[in-house]
Design a protein around this ligand. Structure first.
Ligand SMILES: Cc1cc2nc3c(=O)[nH]c(=O)nc-3n(C[C@H](O)[C@H](O)[C@H](O)COP(=O)(O)OP(=O)(O)OC[C@H]3O[C@@H](n4cnc5c(N)ncnc54)[C@H](O)[C@@H]3O)c2cc1C
Length: 442
């Protein structure tokens, strides 16, 4: 069996390692256009902020490791086209310029995503940067070395993390977003208010409810960002307004969502026989809404890549769906969310009810304790839980992993009230915070 994997970061690495273990006699080839694999982009902000000292720590695999597994690992090779009917791909060796055809029995597409680049006048100026891969990380570090003013466009997870990291390095930081609050897809307002306070208290300039219309420069370098409401000095600009799937070459050939995310079934099979897709290039089945959504996360990518390998020959293990569970640390606030926030749930027409509780996470007789804020979103008629968020100075983020399990298994707010959780004063109260949220709705 001849297996080809296109693209090798998280989904590709998972697919490659698993196929090599599962199909000992297979001939496996990986084509990757860069010369690195498995870079953890989530470490970029930590690298910028100086928490991660050695960027090499942000890789967990390497071309050499894949070769040791017997995988024919072709770095600096760009796949240009796929002929699904004849099971052939056209590849360009980026070092020699040579183009050639290869053929497969099974194909795994893990081409990932690329940052959305808004059409803004002046975008071609120097020092307007993206934040996606290893090369971007190095470029960012180099560009901010001797400058003062950084503007980050896009207040999602990546933008917020970068804003904090630049501020930690003593830069003047402005964070711009068209929405009226940060992290507006992941957290409801009562949570983002607290997170915004933390950013502002630490000197980050929030420029919300405004849209960038123009970049102005001097000597070919960016100097100012102009929005519909103001202007901000900028020696470096980081654009992080979202991602789109890298699937242009499959358009019209594979079933996709309107944004180009490849639709896969629960076994990671695309609409073409023997062709699988995984990771940021694909849509995911989202349990809270029971629909396909685009949720580019490393967590989804590694699970999907593993499943593509496992299901390559037979339908073995099904995708359980995702809740898009995610976490972020903003200064001393530990925040996580899973599933739908109230605002998004209502926007999608779901008839939801919510419960928000605030309590100390452990008994007040303990030497220290911290307040926690927990919100659960559930369907009014059925009680089915569809989302949850938590924020505390104490790290309670793993409670959102529990809530993820509740959503995945279609459990209700009543289940939450009476599920057995342990009690020990070091860690919690006799009624766990999750129980309390459930109980207070009965
Ligand atoms: C700054 C940042 C922070 C993040 N933080 C988190 C986090 O904390 N938690 C989390 O879960 N997720 C996080 N993510 C998201 C996560 O990084 C992505 O979901 C993940 O990288 C997806 O992996 P992937 O393998 O599907 O795609 P990608 O990482 O996009 O990799 C695709 C690979 O395919 C290659 N490729 C594409 N087209 C071709 C072609 N035609 N030929 C050859 N090679 C090709 C590319 O070069 C690339 O190496 C973050 C992302 C960023 C940018």
């Amino acid at each position: 069996m001849k297996i080809i994997i296109i693209g090798c970061t998280h989904a590709g690495t998972a697919a490659a390692i698993n196929t090599s273990k599962l199909y000992k006699d297979a001939q496996i080839t990986v084509y990757e256009r860069n010369d690195t694999i498995s870079f953890l982009s989530c470490g970029i902000a930590l690298y910028v902020g100086g928490v991660v000292k050695d960027v090499r720590g942000l890789f967990y695999s390497s071309p050499e490791q894949l070769r040791e597994l017997g995988i024919n690992t072709k770095m600096k090779h760009d796949v240009l086209d796929v002929d699904f009917d004849n099971k052939k791909i056209r590849v360009k060796n980026l070092e020699t310029g040579e183009e050639f055809i290869d053929n497969y029995d099974k194909l795994i597409i893990t081409t990932g995503s690329w940052p959305i680049i808004p059409k803004i006048e002046g975008y071609e100026l120097q020092n307007i940067l993206l934040s996606k891969n290893y090369y971007h990380a190095n470029e960012i570090i180099k560009s901010v070395e001797n400058i003062q003013n950084v503007v980050v466009i896009g207040a999602g997870y990546i933008g917020v993390e970068l804003a904090e990291a630049f501020r930690e390095k003593g830069k003047n930081v402005t964070l711009i977003d068209t929405q009226d609050r940060i992290l507006s897809k992941y957290l409801d307002k009562e949570f983002t208010d607290l997170a915004e306070d933390a950013l502002k208290k630490n000197g980050i300039n929030l420029a919300l409810s405004q849209t960038v219309v123009k970049f102005e420069g001097e000597d070919g370098k960016v100097k100012r960002v102009i929005t519909d409401k103001g202007q901000y000095d900028a020696d470096v600009v980081i654009v992080c307004v979202g991602f789109k799937p890298s699937t242009e070459m499959f358009k019209g050939k594979l079933d996709m969502l309107p944004n180009g995310a490849i639709i896969v079934d629960e076994y990671m099979r695309t609409s073409k026989r023997d062709v699988f897709a995984a990771g940021d290039c694909a849509a995911v089945w989202y349990n809270p809404t029971k629909s396909y959504e685009y949720i580019p996360l490393a967590t989804n990518a590694v699970r999907m890549g593993t499943l593509a390998a496992r299901n390559l020959v037979d339908n073995n293990i099904k995708w359980r769906g995702t809740q898009g569970t995610s976490g972020i640390k903003i200064y001393d606030l530990n925040i996580a969310s899973t599933g739908l926030i109230e605002e998004v749930a209502k926007g999608k027409g779901l008839n939801v009810q919510t419960v928000t509780i605030e309590d100390n996470y452990r008994p007040e007789f303990m030497p220290t304790y911290e307040k926690a804020k927990l919100k659960v979103v559930f369907e009014k008629e059925t009680g089915r839980i569809v989302g949850a968020q938590i924020l505390s100075k104490h790290d309670l983020t793993s409670l959102m992993n529990i809530m993820s399990v509740f959503i995945q298994n279609e459990m209700t707010i009543e289940d939450l009230a009476f599920t057995d959780f342990f009690f020990q004063p070091h860690f919690n109260k006799p009624w766990n915070l999750l129980n309390l949220a459930g109980l207070s709705t009965l």
